[in-house]
Design a protein around this ligand. Structure first.
Ligand SMILES: Nc1ncnc2c1ncn2[C@@H]1O[C@H](COP(=O)(O)OP(=O)(O)OP(=O)(O)O)[C@@H](O)[C@H]1O
Ligand SMILES: [Mg+2]
Length: 380
């Protein structure tokens, strides 16, 4: 079973000055004023469990700087992951980020070379209802969204995607280095990469589509609860025509690809279309409705993982009070509660948020003031 987050100790991470924070396996409500450090805490938790930030790629942005802008070279996170009912299964994790090098990831004192090793321990997702980039952003956002699920469902996916990316880089390198007049029909350097690419792409497509089918069903069910008046369609686009053979399409497209020095079809072009009556949802719905669609997509992701593998997730919801009304917040929380998620949410309004939570599981409240986080044992 996947793990939950038991504790976190940040050092020199953004404005956080706090010592060890011990989380509940059920609900964790983080309350504090604007600029107090709520999102920074979520970012630290995300980095502890995935090795990455959801806000930036730049280490220097994350590393603590004082009022005059002076900062050190490094930030360090230490935490414990495990199962609340089994004290023997604790895994100690350390993640550092540095201005000088890429930083380190350690699991139980051992350095690991790939962040995916860390990410596989504890599925984590962050819902920022105000961030509509899943709907309005580039296809890469939606690819990452689907691949999060495929990664946690299918252990072979990570390696498969790496192999695919290597073959794609090689093919693009050939496209850059030759011109079509130099390519002979008998001994074409693109042949091998076309073959490799289509081999990996077909496997990736199979795994993605299997996840997507359950995702779509879950999404539709969740929508009847969150946005019952809208009929929103999710369509999977695999990155090349649905009735075409990729190896043949790659061959057919060689001349265009040579002109653009870029492979125009394949698993790296996968996308999910989110539409209403054939129009992109982003162009039709109100901002509030778009937020609910975004939330439904993330809940569907967590639900699909649970339905297909029984794995629970850690789900962080940033700024619930400002983005969703009380009835919808209650619906989101009860869905996550049923899915056994460990929930960490931030809010400006503690009363409103606690009213939306009906659970038999443990609830903890944390107050954040200027980067200092204190558990509040009195307010629940
Ligand atoms: N590298 C850094 N070092 C020190 N402080 C930082 C760093 N990066 C950001 N901050 C500051 O940390 C504070 C907390 O930011 P954060 O985004 O976590 O606030 P928040 O509680 O989520 O606020 P809001 O309710 O407005 O979303 C801000 O004042 C921000 O300017
Ligand atoms: Mg914030």
């Amino acid at each position: 079973m996947p793990m939950t987050i038991l504790s976190l100790s940040p050092t020199h991470f953004r404005n956080l000055t706090t010592g060890q924070i011990n989380f509940s396996s059920g609900f964790n409500i983080v309350v504090g004023e604007n600029g107090s450090g709520k999102t920074s805490l979520l970012e630290a938790i995300y980095m502890l469990t995935s090795g990455r930030s959801f806000r930036t790629r730049k280490s220097e942005t994350i590393i603590y700087r004082d009022e005059s802008g002076v900062s050190g070279n490094e930030t360090f996170l230490f935490g414990r992951l495990g199962h609340f009912d089994d004290s023997r299964s604790i895994t100690e994790v350390g993640v550092s980020r540095s201005k000088i090098d890429n930083g380190l990831i350690k699991i139980d004192g051992q350095k690991v070379n790939s962040a995916s090793q860390l990410a596989s321990l504890c599925p984590i997702t962050v819902i920022e209802p105000d961030n509509l980039s899943l709907l309005s952003g580039a296809p890469q956002q939606r690819r990452k969204f689907v691949d999060w699920g495929v990664f946690h469902v299918e252990p072979s996916f990570s390696k498969l995607w790496k192999d695919y990316s290597t073959a794609l880089k090689q093919r693009n390198a050939v496209l850059k280095s030759v011109s079509s007049s130099n390519l002979s029909a008998n001994n074409n350097p693109l042949d091998i990469w076309d073959e490799q690419l289509s081999l990996y792409a077909n496997r990736i497509d199979g795994l993605r589509f299997r996840f997507f089918e359950v995702l779509k069903e879950s999404f539709e069910e969740l929508l009847t609860m969150l946005l019952p008046e809208q009929k929103i369609a999710l369509n999977y686009r695999r990155g090349w025509g649905s009735d075409e053979d990729l190896a043949q399409v790659l061959k057919k497209n060689r001349n265009t690809d040579l002109t653009r020095s870029f492979t125009s079809v394949g698993a790296h072009r996968m996308d999910v279309r989110i539409s209403i009556n054939n129009k992109a949802a982003i162009d039709v719905l109100s901002r509030g409705q778009l937020k609910l669609v975004t939330v439904a997509l993330y809940l569907a992701q967590v639900r699909t993982l649970y339905l297909t593998t029984g794995k629970t997730s850690v789900v962080m919801v940033d700024d619930v009070s400002a983005e969703l009304d009380t009835a919808n917040t209650a619906r989101v929380f009860s869905t996550l509660d049923e899915l056994g998620s460990q929930i960490i949410c931030t809010t400006l309004d503690l009363d409103q948020t606690t009213k939306s939570i009906k659970t038999t599981r443990d609830i903890k409240v944390f107050h954040v003031e200027q980067g200092n986080i204190k558990e509040d044992k009195t307010s629940i």
